[in-house]
Design a protein around this ligand. Sequence first.
Ligand code: A3P
Length: 323
Amino acid sequence: MEGEQSHENHPPSMVAEGDDHHIITKKQGPTFCQFQGFWCRSSLVPNIISFQKHFQALDDDIIVASKPKAGTTWLKALVFTIVNRARFSLSNSPLNLTNPHKLIPYLEITVYGQDHIPDLTSIPSPRLFATHLPFAVLAESSIKQAKSRIVYVTRNPLDIIVSFWHFIRGIECPDWPLVECFEMFCRGEEGFGPFWDHALGYWKESSEKPHKVLFLKYEHLKENPIQQIKRIAEFIGFPFSVEEERAGAIEEIKTFCSFSNMKDLVGNMTGTMGRLHIQPKELFRKGEVGDHINYLSPSAIERFCKIVEEKLSGSGLAYDLPC
Ligand code: A3P
């Protein structure tokens, strides 16, 4: 793995006590703190508390949930397009000019990231929100009681590691060694991690309450987008009619939301997003399955697979991992 030898010379972390959470400081990578059992940027902690306290979920809310780099941007584009297909033709879709993250904002980053409590009552129904929060943290809000639906996407964690590393290098830490990123994921200390807790939380809820959480995999979306788009549409209460199917509506949405089309839309080539002034183009890198093979050594892959296998054991959740 790139930079593997440098790991012993660079201890990856230093732990210090905080008030209600531990701060971990890394030499070159992003800084996360532990809060309510998971890892996140400390700047999000007040937002999460505010969200948990003030958000009033409605029964027809739709929440897109994911771990960063699992395919969130893609799923947001699909959900937005499915829900709004009667309002906007694809050529008039707001997605042509606006990044999916602006159209479906994160509860803990954007919606409750302001210095006042937002009034969300005038947003037309169904309201579309997103979150990277683990299910247990989300469940500390009114979402647990409401009939609102959650569409969750997960992805081969090895591809998430590589995607996350590229993303963080692109937006804030250009010299971050891959080995530090890899070790962080092995410890489960990445943003919104550990990976396995995140996936298992939504997996268990989807198994127990299939009407509440739809559990999707990035690889299945790539393999059979038509089938998965139909599943999403049915789950969120916007099924395709026979006439729509015959007229090729699903195929059109598939093509419109595809990596090759989305990456070149004006809304994804211009402007910046959020506090880190992220350029939307950073959200579109390769969009392929299995790219980890080009970055992680066989021994690193085997080591991570063993960790994941052990953490998921007995849950019924499995990834197509090479071990
Ligand atoms: P790669 O870095 O492997 O290319 P997220 O949206 O959760 O941040 O995930 C980003 C990953 O999804 C990136 O993966 C990105 O290229 C990929 N992606 C973005 N839009 C996509 C699309 N429409 N179809 C498939 N993959 C997409």
